[in-house]
Design a protein around this ligand. Sequence first.
Ligand SMILES: O=C(O)CCC(=O)C(=O)O
Length: 278
Amino acid sequence: MTPESKLANREAFEREGYQFPIQAMTAKEAAGYRAQLEAHETLNGGPLQSNMRHQTHFLFTWAYELVHNPKILDAVEAVIGPDILCWATNFFIKEAKDGNYVSWHQDATYWGLEPTDKIVTAWLALSEASVENGAMKFLAGSHRSGQQPHKDTFHENNLLSRGQEVEVEVDEDRATDVTLSAGEFSLHHVLLAHGSHPNHSDGRRIGFAIRYIPTSARQTKLRDAAVLVRGVDNYSHFDLLPGPEADLDEAALATHADSTQRLIAAVYEGTGKTELRA
Ligand SMILES: O=C(O)CCC(=O)C(=O)O
């Protein structure tokens, strides 16, 4: 990326609070990652277990590879700078017609990460994301209004940890449909209002959300952990955890359990809940 295109991308991101579509890989490569996910599911006799939908990059070498994808990191670097941690990953999978949705929300609400100006999600499509199958919707510029109040619903079809919903009225006519082909991704700001409707299609909608933060960011709720994916960490605000040597080996399961406990402690603070949903 040239310095000029980096600057243009950063300015557009700062204005809108998002950027898409950006290509991470070919459709064929995306199908290869999807096949690895689905091979595990077939072996396991059903869709990816809910506890494995979070911090998945600690469990599978292919997911660890995804959080290091150079095209994704180039786009992230253009908006948050060169020293980058991956704080979390979450699979958002909607099965055909399963009724699951994501209410309008801002990611920053329960994460405890500060400052919020350089925290982004790369949402990678491992299937197509269309209006019919429940692609995300973004409200342009909403990140500039700062943190809004939310209420927890814990609705059973809501894919968010607390079923949290922003308490201000969202005019969906103003929203942008984040349609993506497999292998493309979007970037969104941690304060951008976004959500998604159910999947009305006959196929799965598979998104892998990767949460990136600069090494200078802080976790205000606890001693947290992350993976250094680019640059150097001169701050030591987070414990740096290793990736998996082999899929689901003992060390991978232990690191996954450690990072998941920290994630639960942050996002469920004050609720008494101990298991992440998906
Ligand atoms: O996958 C979706 O529909 C929503 C994802 C989301 O809310 C996020 O990645 O922050």
